[in-house]
Design a protein around this ligand. Sequence first.
Ligand SMILES: C[S@@+](CC[C@H](N)C(=O)[O-])C[C@H]1O[C@@H](n2cnc3c(N)ncnc32)[C@H](O)[C@@H]1O
Length: 480
Amino acid sequence: MRTLWYMGAKTRLTDSIAAAVASASPRGRAVCDLMSGTASVSTALCGRYRVLANDVQAYAQAVAAAYLEHDRASRRVLETLDPEADLGAAYRRNRDALLSQLGPAAAVEDAFLRASGLEVAARDRQEDPNQAGLFLAPELPPARRRLPVDAQLRAGAYRTFALQSTPTFCEANDARPSGPFRDAAGLFERGAIMARRAAPSTFPYHLCSSYYPNVYLGLRQAVDLDSLRYAIDQLSGRGAAAKRRHYLAALLHAASVTTSATSHFCQPRGLVRDAEVLAVLQRRSVSIPSRVLAFSHAIRTTCRQTDPHEGSRASCADWRTLYASGALDLIDVVYADPPYTADNYSRFYHVLEVLTRYDYPELQVSRGKTTKGRYPVIGERHQSPFCHRRGVDAELRALCQETAARGASLVLSYAQENGLWFKVQTERGASPAEAREGFLDLARAAYRDVRLETRGLLHSGQGDSNHQVTELLLVARKPR
Ligand SMILES: C[S@@+](CC[C@H](N)C(=O)[O-])C[C@H]1O[C@@H](n2cnc3c(N)ncnc32)[C@H](O)[C@@H]1O
């Protein structure tokens, strides 16, 4: 399975998680993947169980829905997908409307790519061979600007183009586009964005082109994300809901692995070193439509292999809200994989959330300027108590108690060395053995049968070298 680029994805652990779920409820038929992220665990379980995948982030729900929500009709839709017929015309309509304003700037980007030996709109190597050649990038008239031949000077020129000359929408004041962006003022003005906030589905879609150009995306990539998002929303008629689910998930995957930041959307790169400029240009050379076709292919292949149990569903809620809704009534096992560090997912993956909601959110302003990370205002970003030093213990305890109170077994993933709960125990003077015992006690307060499985894994951190971590799997049965 080709997943989103995601911190803590359990792709390598799905076999041991599936075994733990089976042992937690040998006759169980329904499982809730409570914080489903990439849906890697839901997908591994959905052939055997009815799965309810839940996450507080809307993009995670969108991804899980594409893998899980199938019946006979939607399976047929997947087997007969025709991206050109489904998306082609609407995609080109939106793209051409945006390129009529951003064309001269995109031509400058093309020139930088070519001068660096890169292809414009390069194809994803895993593109579906049957769809190859769809959605080709239009040739633009050559850029007026001449680029330096010397690689170092050219890197400097790109730095200026991307970091200084490219306008982005600002909450506090109007950007004044000039040079190759001269014709695109309408995309960056406050008034234009306010109008979109009131009516987000107005044509043309331009959220990514206004918020993230040369920040987390290249120019053509921003235009393509907007245009495919528009095309997905225009789907209508028979099978439209299934197609929308499928293509939106493919689009989110494409955006995730194309970020110009390292592997998420926490901070754009500063382009300080020339090597960084080249790395960013390499990311920006890839065609978003081609990647969407590649992921469409990958998602279809996974669905064919897993053959999801009918009745599986994806939802988007804080776990407490989900529990209060009664959705857990028929669930035998809850698999919970909460965040285990102080990093809130909503900060690292905000672009995926914004792309899913597509509502032109208000951006956070600090000292009169939109933040460098271009995050939505804090009220729009979920802050998880699992990421809070002071809140994590109570949240884990409550999770055990509330799950037991609903009569379900619990399988809980956590990390020892990097786990925030363990860090807090160590700071309080607990030895590793005492901390593990304390971790078991969290569940023992609510369950009569509790055990802990451990597994060593090599993790590649954000930018740092590989390090060994111990993945914990707590299995709790027989609610008190
Ligand atoms: C470690 S990741 C899960 C990874 C997932 N198991 C996978 O394999 O991709 C943790 C997830 O918890 C979600 N989350 C954080 N707080 C939450 C809450 N209060 N309720 C529901 N989901 C939450 C985050 O959005 C994130 O997707």
